[in-house]
Design a protein around this ligand. Structure first.
Ligand SMILES: Cc1cc2nc3c(=O)[nH]c(=O)nc-3n(C[C@H](O)[C@H](O)[C@H](O)COP(=O)(O)OP(=O)(O)OC[C@H]3O[C@@H](n4cnc5c(N)ncnc54)[C@H](O)[C@@H]3O)c2cc1C
Length: 400
């Protein structure tokens, strides 16, 4: 792998990407493989660190969204994940099937059904009896509907990130771990990055995908984004009958919608006998660097109540608690845009806890933005100025 150990370079890259999480790695891959660009991918830490949002063995992928623009993106993301898996000879996606379980009177149920129907996404509707019969590890009473999507599955997250990075190097990209960018000097033809060790990196164009560190980096460039960093409790629950919750017995990914938030579960995978079942919200923290200074349990009690009511064969207290961070926007949609002055700088941030599955398409969109090329995707929901612009409709808020 063409990995340099940080420091400076005298060459001028076509594009530098700050942040080697899943979004930056996908962007560097797309730029090098599909756009023939000479790319440098920088990260402040080692390439397999656990301090951002992209580490770990599993992430959910699904078509189950109420918004058409996400399903549209997923129609391209699925074949792109397959392309990456084939190129890198790795298993990246395991399809388990999955369902969103929503109250019958929640408007999101109708929106999701409409969207899946209009875009011809194969799906079926499950009654509580269907759910209980098919999946004895779950128990639902009247008033709920399961929207089942056979294409839902689990992405091998660490493998995905590493595959993007190694494929990027196959196409001439340079990986620069341990290269913390502490200064950016913009210019219309060239951008200079200053690193912690005093070295510099020159590039003609720049993409910033710095995850929970994005707010400060972008503020340095005059772009103020309402990004909140949340510390998320990642919980694993002991199963008294593990077979009921295993992939081999056909247990699916599931997303339980409460109306205000959701809880999501994956078939037993990373720890034997323990089901990953987590809240989709956490407590805001001042900085990703302070993630471990408190032992906050936001969301855990809610999931515990859910377990007591809906998961008859799980213990009602988690056996393992880990942490991760979300970077959240007010409407829960990411920001994918260009700098208002320096059009050779693009950025992607605020993935709000659901950006992993979208990464290949995010990489494509950020490549198109930074190279000033047209995009087939609906980008209005992702514009940086939507938080102030009049045309933005707050009722389009994502429920994810
Ligand atoms: C617990 C959890 C579960 C999730 N589940 C799902 C799921 O099931 N499905 C789904 O689609 N999504 C899911 N997500 C969301 C998804 O993982 C994130 O949206 C995605 O990983 C965000 O990636 P990123 O590249 O923007 O950020 P990050 O992964 O945080 O990457 C940013 C990188 O920028 C680097 N960086 C920052 N500042 C600098 C600097 N100055 N110089 C150099 N490098 C810098 C950081 O070191 C970091 O590596 C989940 C997230 C969490 C935390």
């Amino acid at each position: 792998m063409a990995e340099q150990q940080g420091g400076s370079s005298s060459s001028c890259y076509d594009v530098a990407v700050i942040g080697a999480g899943i979004e930056g790695s996908a962007t560097a891959w797309y730029l090098s493989k599909h756009c023939g660009q000479n790319v440098a991918l920088l990260d402040q830490f080692s390439l397999n660190h656990t301090r951002g949002s992209s580490h770990g063995p599993t992430r959910i992928t699904r078509y189950l969204y109420p918004q058409k623009f996400y399903v549209d993106m997923m129609l391209t993301a699925y074949p792109m994940w397959d392309e990456l898996a084939q190129d890198s000879s790795r298993t990246l996606v395991r399809k388990t099937g999955g369902m969103s379980i929503i109250r019958n009177n929640d408007p999101e149920l109708l929106q999701m059904k409409d969207t899946l129907h209009q875009l011809n996404i194969k799906h079926s509707l499950l009654t509580p009896d269907d759910i209980n019969h098919r999946y004895p590890g779950l128990r639902y009473g009247p008033g709920w509907t399961g929207v089942f999507d056979p294409e839902t599955g689990v992405l091998a997250a660490d493998e995905c990130r590493s595959a993007f990075q190694s494929e990027c190097t196959k196409h001439g990209g340079a990986l620069l771990p341990n290269s913390r960018v502490r200064g950016i000097r913009p210019g219309h033809d060239a951008v200079t990055l200053t690193l912690d060790d005093g070295g510099t990196v020159q590039c003609r164009r720049l993409v910033i995908t710095a995850g929970p560190w994005s707010k400060n980096i972008l503020a340095e460039l005059g772009v103020q984004l309402p990004l909140t960093v949340e510390r998320i409790n990642v919980c694993y629950w002991s199963a008294r009958k593990p077979g009921l919750y295993s992939r081999s017995s056909g247990f699916p990914v599931f997303i339980h919608h409460t109306g205000k938030t959701h809880y999501y579960g994956l078939p037993i995978d990373e720890y034997p006998g323990l089901l990953k079942l987590c809240p989709h919200h956490g407590k805001p923290i001042s900085s990703p660097d302070h993630r471990d200074t408190s032992r906050d349990l936001t969301g855990v009690d809610g999931v515990s109540e859910f377990v007591k009511e809906h998961c008859p064969h799980l213990e009602a207290k988690p056996s393992i608690l880990e942490t991760c961070v979300y970077t959240v926007t007010p409407d829960k949609h990411p920001v994918l845009d260009r700098h208002p002055v320096w059009k050779n700088i693009a950025f992607g941030a605020g993935f709000s806890g659901h950006g992993f599955k979208l990464a290949p398409v995010v990489g494509q969109i950020l490549s198109q933005l930074v190279l000033n090329r047209p995009s087939k995707y609906e980008l209005a929901p992702f514009r940086a100025d939507r938080f102030t612009a009049r045309h933005y409709q707050p009722e389009q808020q994502a429920k994810l």
